[in-house]
Design a binder for this molecule. Structure first.
Ligand code: TXE
Length: 491
């Protein structure tokens, strides 16, 4: 059984206390590797390593940092198949998705920030003829990077790449539920020749290793992606230290479909926004609102397509829906399916656990794509993040009504809007409280755009310049320009 190791000061090391946790393959429900159960001792060593690497790394030419990060990107691409297979086994996601989305995106993250930093510039402000101000942007020191289990390498690299590119060093903690690709990444970083201590990866639980990072007085920058409740706890821990914190949290995203949208396009994209990665994407459109005139036709076509999705062994090429990533998540989603019935919902398809995925997957955490109607927008199922292959469909009659529905949850991460009416699209994009609004598309990502949530979906933005700014400290330098004495005497 593979024993995952921590990556500290350039070395692969076991946790100091020697404790490991089982790592479960969600498609089978069986342990298949072991992950370090690291504690504050391990985090202390990682922080010390990151601190001692900081002076050289932060003062190295940007082109040198860029070269090394581009090398990591290349190695990810060269190891695409191995990483995709590891991600699929660890998370339960279809290998096809890991191969086409997760791993290529991890390489793109490194490539993007390795080059973005070469073009990063800061502002200058001329104060009449009296002074020139310029903004000096310097790396902040040791960054703590904590990522979740739904898109493990994709989201971890989205934090590591900008932190390192701007000259910070880092202590990263992947989710204990999906540690494998972060472990493989640490080996690739060694192969790329990343100097010791620049990146350290400490594995373990949130309560122990995670809390040791967020509570560490010398880790001044924290970037976290995960659940809203955990985000609140991290905010509470970081506040007394005045840490710079970015929190990317949950979503309960509306997918709004007007009658003038062409269903030919709406249906396949809405299937993806509902069920890709078993609905375990913070951007999933889990609340579908359909204009009443087309509700019947939409439901017929959408449910037929949802029923036809191939649920199966994530390692099979034909599989479209794999397993949920953990037993805890599986139980959570099932509890919401029961709640939906208690709240008066009608389950049009799915709703059951463990469909006929036999063989080695007979004990895996599978749930069929589920479509529910008839629930009030105020129901718990429509208010709380389920994070599984479950969507609700609700009719609406007017723009005002659907805007109220869209904004009527504590979340504000992403929204999709389908219409051919351009004025309406702009009007609603402005009114919907959401960090991202997609018009006639979903998850069309550009790495340069600001990414993050409003309300309980988080604080701060990642992506492009926002990330480069987050990981640097702006300092204003004001140079006084005294009047020219020679000019004065001449007059
Ligand atoms: O995530 P956690 P959980 C949502 C989703 C899911 C729910 C709970 O609804 O059902 O959150 O998932 C680390 N200090 N999302 O509990 O706890 C943890 O080890 C420091 C949405 O599994 O948020 C892991 O590395 N770190 C989401 C990371 O936080 C702590 C993706 C995320 O785990 C910590 C995942 C602590 N006190 C879940 N406690 C999204 N936005 O995409 C935990 N961690």
């Amino acid at each position: 059984m593979t024993r995952i190791l921590n990556y500290i000061k350039g070395e692969m090391v076991p946790p100091e206390a020697g404790a490991f946790l089982p790592n479960i393959e969600p498609a089978t429900g069986a342990p298949y590797s072991e992950v370090p159960d690291s504690d504050s001792e391990d985090v202390e060593r990682a922080v010390a390593a990151a601190e001692s690497a900081f002076p050289a790394w932060s003062s190295a030419p940007a082109s040198e940092r860029s070269r090394l990060l581009l090398r990591v990107a290349e190695l990810i691409e060269q190891n695409l198949e191995r990483l995709a297979r590891a991600e699929s086994i660890d998370t339960g996601k279809p290998i096809r998705l890991a191969r086409s989305l997760d791993i290529p995106r991890a390489a793109s993250n490194f490539r993007f920030f390795a080059t973005a930093t070469l073009h990063f510039a800061s502002e200058s402000h001329a104060t009449d003829l009296r002074a020139i101000n310029y903004t000096l942007r310097r790396p902040r020191g040791v960054a703590g990077l904590i990522s979740p289990w739904n898109l493990p390498l994709y989201l971890m690299s989205w934090k590591i790449a900008p932190a390192l590119a701007t000259g910070n060093t880092a202590v990263a903690k992947p989710s204990e539920i999906t540690p494998m690709t972060a472990y493989l990444l640490s080996e690739l970083c060694r192969e790329a020749g990343l100097p010791a201590g620049v990146l350290n990866i400490v594995h373990g639980t949130g309560a122990k290793a995670g809390a040791a990072i967020t509570g560490h007085p010398r880790v001044g920058t924290i970037s976290f992606t995960g659940g809203t409740k955990t985000g609140a706890e991290i905010g509470r821990v970081c506040a007394p230290f005045f840490k710079k914190v970015a929190l990317e949290l949950g979503g309960k995203n509306p997918n709004i479909i007007f009658a003038d949208a062409g269903l030919e396009e709406v249906i396949p994209v809405s299937i993806r926004s509902s069920f890709d990665n078993q609905g375990q994407i913070c951007l999933s459109g889990s609340r579908i609102f359909v204009e009443r005139a087309i509700q019947k036709e939409f439901l017929e076509r959408f449910v037929e397509r949802a029923k036809s999705l191939v649920v199966g062994d994530p390692l099979e090429e034909s599989t479209e829906q794999g397993a949920l990533t953990s037993k805890a998540q599986f139980d959570k989603v099932l509890s919401y399916l029961q709640l939906a019935q208690r709240e008066g919902g009608r389950i049009l398809c799915g709703g059951e656990a463990r469909p006929a995925v036999g063989g080695r997957c007979a004990r895996g955490y599978f749930i069929r794509p589920t479509v529910i109607t008839g629930l009030p927008v105020s129901s718990r199922v429509n208010q709380e993040e389920i994070f599984g292959p479950v969507v609700t469909v609700t009719p609406f009659d007017s723009e005002d009504e659907v805007v109220a529905y869209a904004n009527g949850t504590p979340y504000g991460l992403a929204a999709s809007l389908w219409t051919q009416n351009l004025s309406r699209a702009h009007r609603l994009a402005e009114r919907i409280q959401s960090g991202t609004v997609w018009i006639n598309c979903w998850m069309l990502r550009d790495l340069r755009v600001p990414f993050g949530g409003m309300k309980s979906s988080g604080v701060g933005r990642e992506g492009g310049l926002e990330a480069l700014r987050f990981f640097t400290e702006p300092r204003n330098v004001c140079i006084h320009l005294p009047a020219n004495p020679a000019a004065g005497s001449a007059s």
